[in-house]
Design a protein around this ligand. Structure first.
Ligand code: NAD
Length: 353
């Protein structure tokens, strides 16, 4: 399995270095033959090649079996005509990574203010309110006059159907409960269609219980009782916001692993951003990226029917659990190890598996 590694900006290089170390040790221990190839995107690529991402990079990613994308300082990238392309959007759109799966669960030893829970947000990734990806060419946010802006949201039957199917398929491997999150009281046509299609798709999964919540009320429900949810399906921006909340409720945004998956390609990527406030301090939690790497291995194992990759993903999850139980973690989840020391600790414990 060849994986392209792009460290990213801010805390990206620190957390990706640890994730690469983890992937190498897992590959060696379990004989997986994983090959890591490091490439650049974001600020470094902009300085080097005049663009945050390049067509050559895309071809390399397409030729590999998976991509690990580090967090990017996307807020800095304002003008595509100057090469400032959001790498996250670029890969999601170019590789058609329509499903962003963001699991969140509590861990017995990580302090939280909620009851134990285990859920997954399934977020549509290719349209919605994301102006940089929902039109064929250009951008769907327009400056009409100096004082008037229009931002368009795109919702299509095809994207609703495929994200709904991804959610119900995932729910079948979990607790068989799908919650549809929407704003159909205001976005009556777009989110009305989203709900209808989710329910139609759900008819093919008679074992799965379905309910739905308006997104604003959902924020209250998920804070009050996250344990009542299992698989949550929603449109792009709602899913982006909701999944940061669920990651933080689990103890830290630094626990938020995520996979962007399509029919052909997949990209592991932490739920959080480049965290410039803690970059370079060796305090960032690498678990979000490590858990994302595990999700990528699992995806590859399912796709190519190679159970050893699925087992490797499960072993990584277990080792993360063990480090959390032992308190060998970064300070955001109650430990006192640095980012790099967490990687060393992972390798030490994984050697016993
Ligand atoms: P952020 O997600 O980077 O950070 C939010 C808060 O969470 C910060 O206090 C940060 O220190 C903390 N945090 C994040 N990851 C952590 C980790 N692994 N361990 C411990 N604490 C962690 O959000 P932001 O500061 O608003 O955004 C910074 C940049 O990241 C912006 O340019 C934004 O556009 C970009 N961003 C990129 C992505 C992505 O690449 N997928 C996602 C979100 C934001």
């Amino acid at each position: 399995m060849k994986i392209i590694i792009i460290p990213g900006d801010g805390i990206g290089p620190e957390t990706m270095a640890v994730t690469s170390q983890v992937l190498e040790s897992v590959s060696n221990k379990l004989n997986l033959g994983i090959e890591l190839e490091q490439e650049t995107a974001g600020h470094i690529s902009l300085q080097k090649y005049g663009s945050t991402v390049t067509p050559t990079l895309l071809e390399k990613v397409k030729a590999a079996n998976g991509l690990m994308l580090g967090p990017m300082s996307t807020y800095d990238f304002k003008d595509e005509s100057k090469g400032e392309i959001n790498p996250s959007k670029f890969f999601r759109k170019e590789l058609d990574l329509f499903a962003n799966i963001r699991p969140a669960r509590t861990y017995p030893k990580v302090p939280t203010c909620v009851k134990p829970f285990d859920l997954a947000v399934v977020r549509e990734n290719t349209e919605g309110f994301y102006a940089d990806r929902n039109v064929e060419s250009g951008n769907s946010e327009m400056l009409i006059t100096q004082d008037v802006v229009i931002s368009l949201r795109r919702i299509t039957r095809q994207c609703c159907e495929r994200i709904a199917k991804a959610a119900f398929d995932l729910a079948m491997t979990r607790k068989k409960h799908v919650t549809i999150v929407h704003k159909a009281n205001v976005l009556k046509i777009g989110d009305g269609m989203f709900i209808d299609i989710c329910k139609q798709v759900g008819e093919h999964y008679p074992e799965v219980q379905i309910d739905d919540f308006i997104v604003d009320a959902m924020m209250a429900h998920v804070v009050r009782a996250p344990e009542r949810f299992d698989t949550i399906v929603t449109t792009n921006m709602f899913g982006d916001i909701l999944s940061d909340l669920t990651a933080e409720l689990s103890g830290s945004l630094g626990l938020g692993g995520s996979l962007n998956a399509g029919e052909q390609y997949a990209m592991g990527q932490a739920a959080h951003g480049s965290a410039p406030d803690i970059a370079g301090k060796d305090i960032a939690n690498p678990f979000s990226l490590i858990l994302s790497a595990a999700m990528l291995l699992n995806w590859h194992g399912q796709k190519t029917r190679q159970p050893q990759f699925i087992k490797a993903a499960q072993a990584i999850d277990r080792c993360v659990d063990q480090l959390i139980d032992l308190g060998e973690v970064t300070r955001d989840i109650g430990g006192n190890l640095g980012t790099k020391a967490v990687g060393d600790s992972f390798v030490k414990h994984f050697a016993k598996y």
